[in-house]
Ligand binder design. Structure first.
Ligand SMILES: Nc1ncnc2c1ncn2[C@@H]1O[C@H](COP(=O)(O)OP(=O)(O)O)[C@@H](O)[C@H]1O
Ligand SMILES: [Mg+2]
Length: 258
């Protein structure tokens, strides 16, 4: 059975039609690249999955059941996680605080009175989560604002993992990273897949997408114009689908940009 099925999703903002009947299907543990030019509708489509936006029409099912009526909290409880481009981390706080933000393990005083955040337990579980990702951080007790972009990405992914996700959506996770850090994030995506977690990767970095995905969906002007098996496609084909209309000059320009 498919993990997630989007059928004929439509969305307008006022007079602007953004999505024109999008179909997308994802199996458990599958890594899909979602690519397309700026404004194609990628982020809007993902916000329909998390429940931040509501589709005007169409259906969305997770493991066969409709999630359309569920709010973002309920969808998260069912295993849908999204990591935003800005990562939404508390930069002044340390790794464990970020991983458990708002859900700190509480130790009962004399086994009765609640209210003490169990920092040692938090640190222990945070370290375990980082290890599970096969990642390394300089220190679990430093503020995450002092970390590199790739290390911060690791913290954001570890945070997502604590919700036991079935699907992790990542919006441009490698866009702001130094080249040497990109491989680390791609490794994290492979690690999620190896745990049976599906990933939707939105990225302009087509080399990364070709590297790490099983399939690539191309969105253009609110339509899925190509659904490619990564092992059977190449950069030229993906770029041609993104720019459309056999526009090879634009394709060449896009390729040299990205
Ligand atoms: N909240 C919003 N209100 C109005 N228009 C929006 C809103 N969110 C996105 N759009 C418009 O929808 C289109 C698709 O945007 P987006 O989904 O962000 O594209 P992408 O992520 O592919 O760059 C753009 O034209 C954008 O201006
Ligand atoms: Mg976007």
């Amino acid at each position: 059975m498919s993990l997630l099925v989007l059928t004929n999703i439509r969305k307008s903002f006022g007079a602007v039609d953004v999505l024109h009947g999008v179909d997308l299907e994802l199996a458990a543990g599958e890594v899909i690249g979602l690519v397309g030019d700026n404004g194609a509708g990628k982020s809007t489509l993902m916000k329909m999955i998390t429940g931040m936006y509501h589709a005007d029409s169409g259906s969305i099912t997770l493991e066969g059941s409709s999630i359309l009526q569920l709010d973002p909290g309920a969808r998260r409880a069912l295993g849908i996680e999204m990591i935003y481009q800005d990562l939404a981390l508390a930069k002044q706080q340390d790794v464990a605080s970020n991983i458990f933000l708002g859900r700190e393990p509480v130790r009962k005083f004399l086994g009765v009175f609640p209210g003490f955040v169990d920092k040692a337990e938090m640190d222990r579980r945070a370290a375990e989560m980082i290890r599970r990702l096969g990642a390394n951080l300089p220190s679990i007790n430093r503020s995450v604002g002092s970390f590199s972009g790739g290390q911060q990405q690791t913290v954001a992914i570890a945070r997502a993992l604590t919700f036991n996700p079935k699907l992790v959506i990542m919006d441009e996770p490698t866009a702001a990273l130094a080249v040497r850090e990109v491989q680390g994030v791609l490794d994290l995506i492979r690690r999620l897949k190896s745990e049976g977690i599906a990933v939707i990767l939105i990225s302009h970095r087509l080399n990364d997408v070709l590297n790490v995905t099983d399939r690539i969906a191309v969105l253009r002007h609110g339509r899925v114009v190509a659904n490619l098996v990564t092992a059977q496609t190449n950069m030229n084909e993906v770029v041609a689908a993104i720019v459309g209309g056999g526009d090879m000059a634009a394709a060449a320009a896009h390729e040299s940009r990205g």
